[in-house]
Design a protein around this ligand. Structure first.
Ligand SMILES: NC(=O)c1ccc[n+]([C@@H]2O[C@H](COP(=O)([O-])OP(=O)(O)OC[C@H]3O[C@@H](n4cnc5c(N)ncnc54)[C@H](O)[C@@H]3O)[C@@H](O)[C@H]2O)c1
Length: 363
């Protein structure tokens, strides 16, 4: 297995949809990385992407692809397949970069983390939004202590009509594990906890609604690459209130669809003891840089400013980070065992349980 800097890193990509194509393109930009396998069920797309990126090994099932001599694999398939593929790959000693959410639930995520620890290999999860430049700029401001101690934050990703593939795996509870809370809410939860310095989440109280999707409303028009026919079994909007260690609280909203402003919105607001900040990204993931405002006080007067940030490098950065960790060797691998993504999965499990049982859930 070639994990030294001198030999090319042999990589496979499973999944040909939007996510898989991000991973494939990103690996091509990294020196010393060779994509030797590509897997997906869309025969024409497999041939097209294989030819475009010069990938020799092309497979219509992930099981076949894992027969290759691989150092690492990207898993960019419907969520129900993340755990079986990741565990099979890790058991073969292959490092894994999984798409988010890590899995359908905490139990599956825990089995993946156990497999990574057993194998002594990397399990990373693609949280590309925390790698946005505007979020990075805000992280620096919070870490520098400019806002004092954050005590209340709210973060959301809200769409007017953005259900990704009505009647596809995305809307099947069995195949996806959940609706927007699991799909885009996990990004919001990830960047919010990252910005707040990874506080422990003590309790979750959540609500979920499915008001538009079941009536065929709120679709994005986007069809999943591997469209199956599924009824609408998940929520189309969720809101979760989290109590954090140290007394701070966080409100998360995730909506695929709702009667609101037509521009998608991703945002984060934080109130701290010495200052506050608002990041507003109209157009959400399609907008490279949002508006970041910082509110502080100087000699009793408002000292507010708008902070300029550079665009982030999204999946390119995530994939480069993954390759860098692999090249750093076993001590770094042990710190990348998927446990951060597992914590997100456990919080989302608690939110769904809270919504079902109409009560706050302690973690
Ligand atoms: N990080 C992000 O910003 C982001 C964005 C979109 C999707 N995602 C995640 O990426 C994953 C895939 O999403 P997508 O939108 O690309 O989905 P998609 O439905 O468009 O594509 C899924 C791919 O998986 C392939 N596949 C299914 N079963 C397979 C099997 N048995 N063997 C090999 N390939 C198989 C399909 O053929 C298809 O190519 C999901 O987990 C999703 O949550 C992440």
């Amino acid at each position: 297995m070639s994990t030294t800097k001198s030999e090319p890193l042999k990589v496979g990509v499973i999944g040909l949809g939007w996510a898989g194509q991000q991973h494939l393109a990103a690996y091509q930009q990294i020196d010393g990385v060779e994509v030797v396998g590509l897997a997906g069920k869309e025969t024409d797309l497999l041939a097209e992407l294989g030819a475009k990126h010069g990938v020799q090994g092309r497979f219509d099932s992930w099981e076949e692809m894992l027969g290759l001599d691989l150092d690492a694999v990207s898993v960019a398939v419907p969520t129900f397949l993340h755990a079986p593929i990741a565990i099979a790959a890790l058991d073969k000693g292959i490092h894994v970069l999984s798409e988010k959410p890590i899995a359908r639930n905490g139990d599956e995520a825990r089995a993946m983390v156990d497999a990574a620890r057993r194998a002594g290999r990397v399990l990373d999860v693609a949280f590309n939004h925390r790698r946005r430049g505007d979020i990075g700029a805000l992280k620096q401001i919070i870490t520098a202590g400019e806002l004092g101690r954050p005590y209340y934050a709210k973060a959301s990703w809200l769409r007017r009509a953005g259900i990704p593939g009505l009647n596809s795996w995305f809307t099947s509870r069995e195949l996806a594990g959940g609706g927007p809370l699991a799909d885009i809410g996990v990004h919001v939860l990830d960047f919010a906890l990252y910005l707040l310095g990874e506080p422990k989440v003590l309790a979750v109280s959540a609500v979920t609604y499915a008001e538009l999707g079941p009536r065929g409303r709120g679709g994005s028009g986007r069809t999943a690459a591997d469209a199956t026919v599924s009824p609408f079994e998940v929520e189309d909007f969720a809101s979760a209130f989290l109590r954090l260690e140290g007394g701070a609280t966080l409100l998360i909203e995730a909506g695929w669809a709702g009667y609101r402003s037509p521009k998608d919105l991703m945002d984060f607001t934080v109130y701290g003891t010495d200052g506050g900040a608002e990041l507003r990204i109209e157009g959400a993931s399609f907008t490279p840089v949002g508006t970041l405002s910082v509110f502080t006080e100087s000699e009793g007067r408002n000292a507010d400013r708008v902070v300029a940030a550079e665009p982030g490098r999204a999946h390119q950065q995530v994939v480069e980070d993954f390759v860098e960790v692999i090249r750093s060797g076993p001590a770094a691998w042990a710190r990348h065992d998927g446990s951060l993504a597992l914590m997100r999965a456990e919080i989302i499990d608690a939110a769904y349980l809270s919504a079902t049982q109409n009560r706050e859930i302690q973690l």
